[in-house]
Design a protein around this ligand. Structure first.
Ligand SMILES: [Zn+2]
Length: 130
């Protein structure tokens, strides 16, 4: 069945691509190789955070200009959900900037105090590890 084989190969390639994207920003731990950067993180505006978050997306809750929190899946691949407070009167507090191409920058850096302890910047949707 040549046609079925071709179809199967195409599907396999697509799945491999998705896996590579998900692993693109691997933790800088000994023995783990950081793969080339994949698709940038883009903003998704929501009223409330969904139960499960898509990888390579930064969810921003609240109205434009009045966002109160951001959420993302940890880019190291550990699968943990990271939530960032955006309200200036609450510490710690981050600023999220969305760009015309839909990518996101976050300042200051994100430094997890629990779990994988990842420390990284998000600049125009790219993860810069510290
Ligand atoms: Zn992590």
């Amino acid at each position: 069945m040549p046609a079925a084989n071709v179809h199967g190969d195409g599907l396999h390639l697509q799945l491999s691509g998705a896996d590579v994207n998900f692993l693109a920003a691997t933790c800088r731990m000994p023995g783990i190789i950081v793969l080339a950067a994949a698709a940038p993180f883009r903003a998704i505006f929501v009223d409330e955070f969904p139960d499960s978050l898509r990888p390579r997306a930064i969810y921003i809750a609240g109205e434009t200009g009045h966002a109160w929190a951001a959420s993302m899946v940890c880019p190291c691949g550990c699968g943990d959900m990271i939530q960032l407070n955006l309200l200036p009167q609450v510490r710690p507090c981050w600023q999220v900037e969305t760009h015309e191409d839909g990518t996101v920058s976050i300042a200051p850096s994100v430094w997890r105090q629990q779990g994988c302890r990842s420390h990284f910047f998000v600049r125009r949707g790219r993860i810069d590890w510290c």
